[in-house]
Structures are given as C-alpha cells and as structure tokens.
Ligand binder design. Structure first.
Ligand SMILES: NC(=O)c1ccc[n+]([C@@H]2O[C@H](COP(=O)([O-])OP(=O)(O)OC[C@H]3O[C@@H](n4cnc5c(N)ncnc54)[C@H](OP(=O)(O)O)[C@@H]3O)[C@@H](O)[C@H]2O)c1
Length: 239
C-alpha cells in the first residue's frame, strides 16, 4: 500500500488570477495548505470564494512583491499561522511594453518590470527563507519564461520582459549555490505558453494543465535539481 502523502505548506505570489490562482486551487483541492499572496485580494472573487469555502487550508494575504513592508507583514502572518513553509512559488509577474526596440524601450517601464519580475522574487526569497529552512524538504520555485533564454532568442523584441527573466534565472542559480549547504532547492520553472491575461487567448495550454504539470514537477524536486532551469515537466530548459 502506498504511503500517505504528507500535506505541504505552500506560498504563492500573484495568486489573484492566472497561474498563481491555479496553483492555489490545485494545492487546496488535494489537501495542501496555501498562503495566497495577492496585491489586491478583494479584487479576486475566485480567491475570496475559495478562501470562504476552505478557510482551514487557504489564507489570503495582501502583498505587492515590490513592497518590503508588505512582504514583511505577510512573513509575520505566515510565521504566526504556520511556523514553516515547504514551497515558495515566486509567480507574480508583469510583461512590460509591447513592440519594444532600442529606440522605443521605456526605461521607467523596464525598472518597474525588473522590480516585480527580478527583485520581487529576491525580496520574497530572502524574507521567507527562515520559514523554508524549517521544512524537511524546502523548495524555492521561480516562474520564468522561455523568453528569458539568451540561447533561444532568435526573434528579439520583448526587451524588458526577456531581460527581467534572464536576470531571474541568474538570481535562482546564485540562490542555489548560496543555499546548497542548507538543503534549500532553488529552481526556475517555465510553464510553457498558457492562456492567461498575460499569455492571451491564442496560447495552446490551459492554466489547469500547465499548473498540474508544474505541481507534479515541484513534488519531485530534489537537491540535485537546485540551480536548474526546468520546463513544466521537469526536463532541462534553456536559460
Ligand atoms: N502565461 C504564459 O504564457 C506565461 C509563460 C511564461 C511565464 N509566465 C510567467 O508566469 C507567471 C504568472 O503569469 P500569468 O500568465 O498568470 O500572468 P497574469 O495572468 O497576467 O497574472 C499575473 C499575476 O501577477 C500579479 N502581479 C503582477 N505584479 C505584481 C506585484 N508587483 N506584486 C504582486 N503581484 C503582482 C498579478 O496581480 P494583479 O491581479 O494584482 O495584477 C497577477 O496575479 C509570471 O511570472 C509570468 O511571467 C507566464
């Protein structure tokens, strides 16, 4: 008989919609406990409905990943309520400008995108690391994009988004090296092209299938994966 799976305690940023909400929904559905961090929790009816239906397993916390104060408030609440985390998913992200070229690139937009996509995961990882270290199997997962791969860039464009994810990939590798002796796994995970507000309606994947594959991969993460760049199935992906 298979051993019963121990429920995990996960935290997801950008949980009000898109992939972030889907992580929360699927983890809660299988009995895990989730801290769902959202910039505007009241603005997500789906998240509020889920919290009301499963108050014992979903906690919804307000958190903009560009705000140190907001992250610290969330950290205090997670520490008080759970005392540890098994998985942190740095999912919150933003796309930046369309049709960017060297000439049209707006540097203020680029700074804002970096603040969310690159510095956000660094702030969140730093704040929640002490709680992760109380887990027997601590995992830090950063949602990256194939557009962040330098080797795969054959079409150019999307300057701010690409650069923010390339830098995120590097931050994850540095984290993996720094955290190696403490047994904390840090990986970047690419979901594929998914039908969300960011991905648009032409994308081939539903949020349900992309997140189901990513959760199965997160379940299997071990220290040997730390520093890796993986696709949603856990296969090596260009970074
Ligand atoms: N969809 C794809 O095809 C695809 C492909 C590769 C990678 N990704 C990555 O997957 C992640 C999720 O994307 P998605 O497709 O679900 O996009 P989405 O539908 O546009 O959702 C983005 C989420 O990030 C949140 N967010 C943005 N800025 C934030 C901030 N400063 N603080 C906290 N939350 C913030 C948004 O919150 P609000 O509701 O408050 O705006 C929203 O919940 C992103 O990192 C994205 O880069 C997506």
């Amino acid at each position: 008989m298979a051993a019963e799976r121990r429920p995990e305690i996960a935290l997801v940023t950008g949980a009000g919609r898109g992939l972030g909400f889907e992580f929360v929904r699927q983890w809660v559905a299988r009995g895990d406990r989730v801290f769902a961090l959202a910039r505007d929790p009241e603005g997500s009816k789906r998240l509020q409905d889920l919290r009301r239906s499963r108050p014992e397993t979903v906690a919804v916390l307000r958190c903009d990943v560009t705000s140190d104060a907001g992250i610290e408030a969330a950290r205090r609440e997670v520490e008080r309520a759970a005392g540890r985390l098994d998985v942190v998913v740095n999912n919150a992200g933003t796309f930046g400008g369309e049709d960017e070229t060297l000439e049209s690139l707006d540097l203020d937009t680029a700074r804002r995108v970096f603040d969310t996509n690159t510095l956000g995961p660094i702030r969140v990882s730093r704040a929640f690391l002490p709680l992760l270290r109380k887990s027997p199997r601590p995992r830090l997962v950063h949602i990256t994009s194939g557009l962040g791969s330098v080797d795969d860039n054959r079409s150019g464009g999307h300057w701010t988004y690409r650069m923010s994810k390339t830098a995120l990939n590097m931050a994850s590798r540095n984290l993996a090296i720094e955290l190696h002796d403490r047994g904390v796994v840090s990986t970047v995970l690419s979901p594929g092209w998914v039908r969300t507000d960011m991905g648009g309606s032409d994308a081939p994947l539903s949020a349900e299938e992309a997140v189901a594959a990513m959760i199965a991969t997160i379940d299997r993460l071990e220290t040997r994966h730390s520093g890796a760049s993986l696709d949603r199935f856990g296969k090596p992906a260009p970074a």
